[in-house]
Design a protein around this ligand. Structure first.
Ligand code: SAH
Length: 349
């Protein structure tokens, strides 16, 4: 059984074998990308016999929707169950004209950032290209017919640069005018900062917007929050970021999750100013979204504002991520844990 949404599946070849134009493959997939069909039977411009063959040999969906939640601000979150019963999350965010999807790249995560729900149980496996594309398709179907996806952020579960080989073909579908037609500049890959993989992405395709998760601008603190930093070190991360910036010509984003009392002091802000001096960078400050069972706290409004003011006063470009979908636990890995807790009979997720 082949997956229709996998760009490498042999659909075009099979159509040719059956005496159809291989170009028809695009039209077949288009039905699904445009949200006009969810089965071959609904592809009414295809001969019936062809529909039956495709039905027997190709699968449209590899996932099922386990949960679909909607927040008051319009954020929608899907918990998808994969063929092997593992679960992943993806989110649709509405912000003005923007229709941004946040997608996962792995089941779980091996990076072990101490405040993040996704990595608490380690990584289970990489997602396939079809599973990544399917998140886009499933989320696009939540939009009314006159709306299109405008942005993609790979900021869900997993470390995208640890699964580049499957992610890049999926992002090519996001860009393809026959897919979702989203310009590459509107596609952000967020990484914990793996230098070799950043270099590889710069070689393969530096057109994506890269976001590097810093969370601390001094090695001791960063290693405490982002354990993989121990073997890598900030200097190597920043050098790789600089090389990506040279290759792409576009400003990078550095993400900084603010944890109350941990990395939000004036000294922490000054470390960050020093680290970014001379670099074309945007800092995306993300107030921590509390994860049940973890000891970290959200920053107070006062410490958050002080941190941001200090950066701005030193000329650093700062953006503060507004909280979206907090009530539906739209931070990576949270919904999956909630569901797992419920399944295990836990009362306090
Ligand atoms: N592995 C990639 C993608 C992770 S998710 C990376 O590390 O960048 C995207 C961002 O959300 C990362 O910066 C991550 O550290 C952050 N994040 C994880 N859990 C969070 C939480 N509970 N609250 C706020 N941000 C969180």
């Amino acid at each position: 059984m082949h997956h229709l949404l996998d760009p490498a599946s042999p659909l075009a070849g099979r159509l040719a074998e059956l005496g159809h134009s291989p170009w028809r493959a695009k039209a077949v997939r288009r039905w699904v990308f445009a949200g006009r069909a969810s089965s071959f039977a609904e592809m009414t411009d295809l001969p019936k016999a062809l529909r039956a063959v495709l039905e027997a040999e190709f699968r449209v969906w590899t996932t099922t929707i386990a949960t679909h939640s909607t927040a008051e601000d319009g954020t929608e979150k899907l918990l998808l169950e994969l063929h092997d019963r593992h679960r992943i999350e993806c989110v649709l965010l509405r912000d003005g004209d923007r229709r941004t999807v946040c997608i996962s790249s792995q089941v779980g995560c091996a990076m072990g950032c101490v405040f993040c729900a996704s990595g608490l149980d380690g990584v289970v496996r990489n997602l396939s290209t079809a599973e990544i594309v399917e998140q886009l398709v499933r989320l696009a179907r939540l939009l009314p017919p006159d709306e299109r996806l405008s942005h993609v952020v790979v900021m869900g579960m997993g470390e995208p640069l640890a699964n580049l080989d499957r992610l890049l073909p999926a992002l090519a579908v996001a860009q393809d005018p026959e897919g979702f037609g989203i310009s590459q500049r509107r596609i952000t890959i967020s990484t914990v900062g793996l230098p070799a993989a950043i270099d590889r992405l710069a070689d393969l395709n530096p057109g994506y917007h890269l976001a590097v998760s810093l969370h601390a601008a001094a090695d001791t603190l960063r290693t405490r929050l982002v354990p993989v930093n121990e073997a890598i070190g900030l200097e190597a991360v920043m050098e790789a970021a600089d090389r990506y910036w040279e290759a792409s010509g576009r400003r990078l984003t550095f993400e900084y999750v603010l944890l109350g009392g941990i990395n939000d002091s004036p000294g922490d802000a000054r470390d960050l100013v020093r680290l970014l001096a001379g670099r074309a960078a945007l800092v995306n400050v993300i107030p921590y979204n509390a994860v049940a069972g973890l000891p970290w706290k959200e920053p107070t409004a006062a410490s958050r504002d002080r941190f941001i003011d200090l950066l701005r006063a030193s000329g650093v470009n700062v953006q503060v991520r507004r909280r979206k979908g907090a009530r539906i636990d739209a931070a990576c890995g949270q919904l999956r844990r909630l569901a797992a807790g419920r399944a295990a009979g836990a009362t306090d997720p």
